[in-house]
Design a binder for this molecule. Structure first.
Ligand code: PGA
Length: 248
């Protein structure tokens, strides 16, 4: 059984005042039946870790370097995230692939670093609108999966997030059939490569998930949860998505 996961990606949003949203979320979901993850900016990891106390809330970084320490100005390592209270780290988000030229090979190296530090890697992939319209979606995501998922991946230490780039922050969502088709392909490829471990890896959908569309997405086969951007910033919205996933 794959445990469901509702993951929030705060991106470059969040000041100490926003910790109130986390308190409200924990109060509304005091004993969650699913995994709840928030990936705040690194500056809020330690404050959130103190705030959560014994609550089951999981925390994550939004990126890490492949090295554990060294002369890499501005970067953060997997052991640093772990020490600040992180359990997970998002890797290969399309915004990082686009803005920093992160390659699949670089993402695989970061995933190995995450695994070595005891972090669960949430590896993101997805096609552009041009690739979708050219009928290239399945080969594109298959190639990203093959090259960005490190050989050290297991059902426990790796989560895959399918995020069509054209659906991120746009309000545009693929059809349920399109999500189903991609998730089936990812599952088949993971199972072929990793066997039972691949069958056990969680697959998230991401891109404009909101309270109004969450339930129908969570009802799809091989959708084990969501990676949520904008709608994860407010406890009311993220809480509604958590409730939809808990009920699925
Ligand atoms: P969005 O972002 O939910 O705001 O579309 C999703 C993501 O980038 O992970």
């Amino acid at each position: 059984m794959r445990r469901k996961l509702a993951a929030g990606n705060w991106k470059m949003n969040g000041l100490p005042a926003d910790l109130a949203e986390v308190s409200a979320l924990m109060a509304a979901h005091a004993a969650p039946a699913i995994d709840i993850l928030i990936c705040p900016p690194a500056t809020l990891l330690a404050p959130m870790a103190s705030l959560r106390g014994p609550h089951a809330l999981r925390l994550g970084g939004q990126d890490c370097h492949a090295a554990s320490a060294g002369a890499h100005t501005g970067d953060i390592s997997a052991p640093m995230l772990r020490a600040a209270g992180a359990d997970y780290v998002i890797l290969g988000h399309s915004e990082r692939r686009a803005a920093y030229g992160e390659t699949d090979a670089a993402i695989a190296a970061k995933a190995m670093a995450a695994h070595s530090a005891g972090l669960i890697a949430v590896i993101c992939l997805g096609e552009t609108l041009d690739q979708r319209e050219a009928g290239q979606t399945l080969p594109i995501v298959a190639a990203q999966l093959a090259a960005s998922v490190a050989q050290s991946a297991t059902a426990q230490n790796t989560v895959i997030a399918y995020e069509p780039i054209w659906a991120i922050g746009t309000g545009r969502v693929p059809t349920l059939a399109q999500i189903t088709e991609v998730h089936a392909k990812l599952r088949a490829d993971l199972t072929q490569r990793f066997g039972a471990q691949g069958a056990g890896m969680r697959l998230l959908y991401g891109g404009s998930v909101k309270p109004s569309n969450a339930a129908e997405i969570f009802a799809l086969p091989d959708v084990d949860g969501a990676l949520v951007g904008g709608a994860s910033l407010k406890a009311a919205d993220f809480g509604a998505i958590i409730s939809a996933l808990s009920a699925a």
